[in-house]
Design a protein around this ligand. Sequence first.
Ligand SMILES: O=C(CO)[C@H](O)[C@H](O)COP(=O)(O)O
Ligand SMILES: [Fe+2]
Length: 220
Amino acid sequence: MKNKIAPSILSADFGNFARDVKHLETAGADLVHIDVMDGHFVDNLTFGAGVVSALRSQTSLFFDVHMMVENPEKYVDDFAKAGADSMSIHVEATNHIHGALQKIKNAGMKASVVINPGTPVEAIKTVLPLVDMVLVMTVNPGFGGQKFIPEMMDKVRELTQIRTDKKLNFEIEVDGGIDDQTIKVAKAAGANVFVAGSFVFNGEVEKNIEKLKEELMEKL
Ligand SMILES: O=C(CO)[C@H](O)[C@H](O)COP(=O)(O)O
Ligand SMILES: [Fe+2]
C-alpha cells in the first residue's frame, strides 16, 4: 500500500491555520490530519466542522478528520458538508460503531475506525470488512508531543495479518509520537499512513516531511 505522510494541524499555528494548511501542499504532505476534540472523550478542546469548512477553500489535499468526540455519529453530516474526505471514529466513543461507520460511508466519506492504546484489535474485528482504514493510536489521545508506545506495534502486525487472511484492503494509520525513528518501526509492523504533528511543525516543515519520506524509503 502507498505510504502517506499526514501532518497533524494540532501542532500548527492556531492563529494561522489557513496559511499553514496551504503550505502543507507545497511541503509534500499527502493528507492533512485534523484532530477534533470535544472536552469529554478527551481532556482537550480543539475545533469543529466550521473550521474544516473554512480550511477547505485553502487546499485540495485529502482531509483526514480524527474525531475524539463522544457519539461522533451526531456530526457525520456536518463534517461531510464541511468537506471532510475521511472520518475516523473511536470504537470507545459510541455504542453503535457499525451503524456510525455505515453513516459515514453513506455520507460519501471514507470510514475509519480508531482504537486507543488500551483497546485490543478484537474490539473492532466485526467492522473490519466495512472500513477503509484502521487508526491505531500510538499515544493516549488528547494531546500532541507525547511519546510513542512501541507495544502498539503488536496490534499493527495483528491487523496486517487479518487483512491478508480475510482478503481485506483497509489502510493502517498510526498516530502519536511519530518521528524519523518511530516511523521506521511503524512501517516495519505494516502501517502505511503516518500522522506526525510536533515532528513536522517543529522547525522547517518541508525539511521535516522530507526527512520522514527519506526514512520510509530506507531499506529495513
Ligand atoms: O490525535 C492526536 C492526539 O490525540 C494527534 O494526531 C497526535 O498526537 C499528533 O501529535 P504528535 O505527532 O505530536 O504526537
Ligand atoms: Fe490524531
